[in-house]
Design a protein around this ligand. Structure first.
Ligand code: DI6
Ligand code: FE
Length: 407
């Protein structure tokens, strides 16, 4: 590289995640120009730069990617969680109006300002741990105005906090009370009116659904996917979380970006995902919080070469988790992912689950989204329970402290 770089991160150890492994460069350096990675390699060969940031021998990884969250919502469900621990059943709680519908009521009642204020606290926790790309789903509004408010709030997160946001429409998350007993009518309205209107406002980057006995059927999900396809939007799916509904094979048939959860994934589903290049998004937070016992078929996914991503699934009901590092540890401790698989799941494969090729690895030309860590080796990121070794985060070449100001 002959031109002078804007900024050089020197005296660093690089985990580029670019070669199927950690892609380690010891005693390395990384140069940034115009927000992009302009050069990386051995420090002795580093180009000139306007400014130099001495990393003191710390590690640099790609900025982390949390590719599956419901992090924008109002209210919380700690009360029903406490009731369950005191013996109440899900049915008791649902009869008293608990569950997803209590979050729907709270979210519908909240102003967009309040939605942003409550969500920003959770998002700040993720950003403090090096997350630079975040997926945010709707799905607690379940009517046009409230779904729009959620997605507009997600867009405001990207405008007011140092993070790139991918919005996912999840109108097919649960059946709203206004359509009780009329799921097909709700899907009709969603496909004919809600999704086209939200997409027309530029609020939707991808479309998701909850394909489950307590969610929507394969046929209803396919209608949502057909509507997404008509609008040129990519799809992903909450699939095989609690039963095998054939969701993974369905989203793979649509060339979907990802199938998520997958505890009940079948061999047919795995084959379809491998064929389509659909990413398996693993959500150990929900498995842990619900005290599930059935694991996703990880050895079969590995054997089929299906890329594995790891995400928090941050949501108030089944995964109130705002630490991607802890999600990585859960994936290793509960499901025997290797630390390398967990870190790839939160970088390059998380990016792939969002259809992004310009983040997730350290490569020339990629967006200079980086995280700088005070660790002995990359495995420390999945190892430490609760410690946050992030010492700096870089968004498009601009360094910042891990702790961010709230909007
Ligand atoms: N699967 C889940 O675990 C969450 N949504 C979904 O599709 C539950 C969301 C909630 O309980 O609020
Ligand atoms: Fe989810």
């Amino acid at each position: 590289m002959t031109e002078t770089a804007d900024l050089l991160f020197a005296n660093a150890r690089l985990a580029t995640m670019a070669d199927g492994g950690y892609g380690i460069v010891e005693d390395g350096a990384l140069a940034v120009r115009d927000g992009r990675i302009a050069w990386l390699g051995p420090r002795a060969q580093a180009p000139r730069a306007e400014r130099v940031h001495d990393c003191g021998g710390m590690w640099i990884t790609p900025g982390l990617v949390d590719c599956h969250t419901h992090i924008v919502h109002a209210g919380n469900r700690s009360g029903e969680w406490e009731a369950r621990l005191n013996g109440a059943s899900y049915e008791d709680i649902a009869r008293q109006g608990g569950g997803i519908m209590s979050t729907v009521r709270a979210t519908r009642a909240a102003s967009e300002e309040e939605l942003l204020r409550q969500s920003a606290l959770r998002i700040a926790a993720l950003l403090a741990e090096g997350v630079t790309t975040l997926e945010i789903k709707s799905g607690y509004g379940l009517d046009l105005a409230s779904e729009a408010a959620m997605l507009r709030t997600a867009r405001r997160v990207a405008a007011t906090m140092p993070v790139q946001v991918h919005t996912t429409f999840l109108g097919a998350h649960a059946l709203p009370p206004e359509h009780a007993g009329r799921a097909d009518d709700y899907i009709d309205d969603l496909c004919a009116h809600m999704l086209p209107a939200l997409a027309g406002e530029g609020l939707v980057d991808a479309v998701d659904a909850f394909c489950e006995r307590i969610g929507f059927t394969q046929a209803q999900t396919a209608r949502v996917f057909d509507a997404a396809r008509r609008l040129g939007l990519p799809v992903k799916l909450h699939a095989e979380q609690l039963s095998d509904q054939g969701g993974a094979a369905l989203v793979a048939r649509y060339g979907g970006l990802s199938a998520d959860h997958l505890e009940w994934l079948s061999p047919d589903g795995i084959a379809a995902m491998a064929q389509a290049g659909t990413v398996a998004v693993l959500l150990p937070g929900a498995y842990y919080f619900l005290r599930e016992t059935r694991m996703p078929p990880l050895d079969a996914l590995r054997a089929a070469g299906v890329p594995l991503a790891v995400a928090t699934d941050c949501n108030p009901g089944t995964s109130p988790l705002t630490s991607l590092l802890l999600a990585m540890n859960m994936a290793c401790t509960l499901w025997r992912l290797t630390p390398l698989e967990a870190l790839r799941g939160a970088t390059v494969n998380g990016a792939r689950a969002l259809g992004r090729g310009d983040v997730g690895t350290l490569d020339i030309g990629k967006r200079a989204d980086l995280a700088i860590w005070d660790i002995a080796r990359p495995a420390d990121l999945a190892y430490a329970l609760g410690a946050n070794p992030c010492r700096a985060v870089v968004n498009a070449g601009v360094p910042r402290a891990p702790r961010v100001e709230l909007p």
